[in-house]
Design a protein around this ligand. Structure first.
Ligand code: TRP
Length: 442
């Protein structure tokens, strides 16, 4: 018997668990910081509404109809066609993201343990900047934390869809929501915090038409929602026939966006209150914030809560990234879940070694001078994910007959027309235009 979700809420929370991750807390903060705060947020909201929701609906619909993994679902809708390659792109992409994602998740886990044990405050002589650089450049330590995160995620996924993935997310997601709201509430009471609110919500209009800002927002939206990598196809494949798609899809995207904004309200007000640099980049969470935690009243508890949030959010996302290739291996190679989880987790563990060592022993291994992990993330977010989204839009919008597509999605009337319009014209045009811009500008 094919596995199924225990409940509609379980499905939604599992999907939200996939969507809410490092992308919402760590990546959103630095993407917003580097791209002008409020302007970025506005473009981001636009992309989420016009591309995010329609593509999530399309993915879930394909999976639900196929009742199968990311590759087989395409085959069932378009037998003997090349479209299954879009599925393979997703399966391979998930495994690729899993490998480097786990490395950053490992950094978060290390900070959580250090905060909980109090050792985070034994400040290294050069402050957190040097402490962090020394940690990620270490030839062994980051590997250990990467392995720990991978093992945790494998332990959840091996227990199955309802008993592993769904149960973990039913527990963790409400807890994470409480933590992030509490952290934001606290940050907003700090004197001087209003600068952070203005930074996040005050748009710089000139940035709205800057293709680089739009590209960054699109990359962030794809990554944060988790589009194109067959996660929603795979998760949709565990739905029952009577479960509906549009409501959950909108809820998932809304939760993901709200979570990112509230996380921003936990981070930027604190950064402004303590005079940190909001555009600090990827190290915002690991260098800027610890300094602030050290300086703020009750900062120790805040640090524990924050790094727990970061680690647990990463865990529920890694779960989905493992499940995509696992589902494909189970169905297509006839492997048992346990064997498939070992194969995928093992491969991702090895695959994470080069990016994990890219700040130390393997620092020479790069193309454009950035650390390997950032190179891979850049290619994934700005190329592979949009490309997969492009393929998905073409398939759902143009290959499937319009009537079939809308029937699969369970949408009629004006909403159906809008959905088709977004998937047929807006998504492909938008994605293609931005990718051409990126190629042209090098
Ligand atoms: N969405 C997660 C985050 O924001 C990461 C993630 C999980 C993901 N599954 C994905 C990203 C699939 C791209 C594709 O951190």
């Amino acid at each position: 018997m094919r596995e199924q979700w225990g409940s509609q809420a379980g499905f939604i929370l599992a999907a939200v668990g996939s969507a809410v991750g490092l992308g919402n807390i760590w990546r959103f903060a630095y993407a917003a910081g580097e791209n002008g705060g409020g302007a970025f947020l506005l473009v981001y909201l636009f992309v989420v509404l016009t591309l995010g929701v329609p593509l999530v609906v399309a993915e879930i619909a394909i999976g639900k109809h196929g009742r199968a993994d990311g590759v087989t679902a395409f085959e069932r809708l378009a037998p003997d066609s090349a479209w299954r390659r879009v599925g393979w792109l997703g399966v391979a992409g998930s495994a690729l993201i899993l490998a480097y994602y786990s490395v950053i998740a490992g950094w978060a886990l290390r900070y959580f343990f250090a905060a909980a044990r109090g050792t985070l405050w034994d400040r290294p002589p050069g402050g957190f900047a040097e402490g962090f650089s020394a940690f990620i450049a270490h030839p062994i330590e980051p590997l250990g934390w990467h392995a720990a995160m991978m093992a945790l995620s494998m332990a959840v996924v091996v227990a199955g869809v309802a008993r592993g993935i769904e149960r973990a997310c039913l527990w963790l997601m409400p807890m994470l929501a409480l933590i992030v709201v509490a952290l934001a509430g606290f940050a907003l009471t700090l004197p001087g915090s209003s600068g952070g609110v203005a930074f996040l919500f005050g748009p710089t209009w000139s940035a709205l038409l800057d293709p680089r800002v739009i590209l960054a927002a699109m990359g962030q939206a794809f990554f944060s929602i988790g589009l194109g990598m067959a996660v929603y196809i795979t998760y949709g494949g565990y739905l029952r026939p009577e479960q509906r798609i549009p409501g959950p899809a909108a809820a998932i995207v809304a939760c993901d966006t709200t979570f990112a904004i509230i996380a921003g309200l936990a981070i930027f007000p604190a950064v402004f209150a303590f005079g940190g640099n909001p555009a600090a980049g990827a190290e915002l969470a690991f260098i800027t914030l610890p300094d602030i935690f050290l300086a703020m009243p009750g900062g120790r508890a805040v640090a524990i809560a924050f790094f727990f949030l970061l680690s647990a959010a990463a865990l529920t996302s890694m779960i989905s990234l493992i499940e995509v290739p696992v589902a494909a291996l189970m169905q297509r190679a006839g492997l048992r879940r346990r064997v498939a989880v070992l194969a995928v987790g093992g491969a991702a563990l090895l695959g994470g070694v080069p990016p994990a060592l890219g700040y130390g022993p393997l620092a020479w291994l790069n193309v454009t001078g950035r650390p390997l992990l950032e190179e891979v993330d850049h290619v994934v977010s700005n190329l592979i994910l949009p490309l997969a989204g492009f393929g998905l839009a073409l398939f759902f919008g143009w290959v499937l007959p319009a009537g079939t597509a809308l029937e699969l999605a369970g949408i009629r009337g004006v909403a159906g027309a809008l959905l088709l319009c977004a998937i047929r014209y807006l998504a492909p045009a938008f994605i293609l235009g931005l990718m051409l811009f990126r190629l042209a500008s090098g």
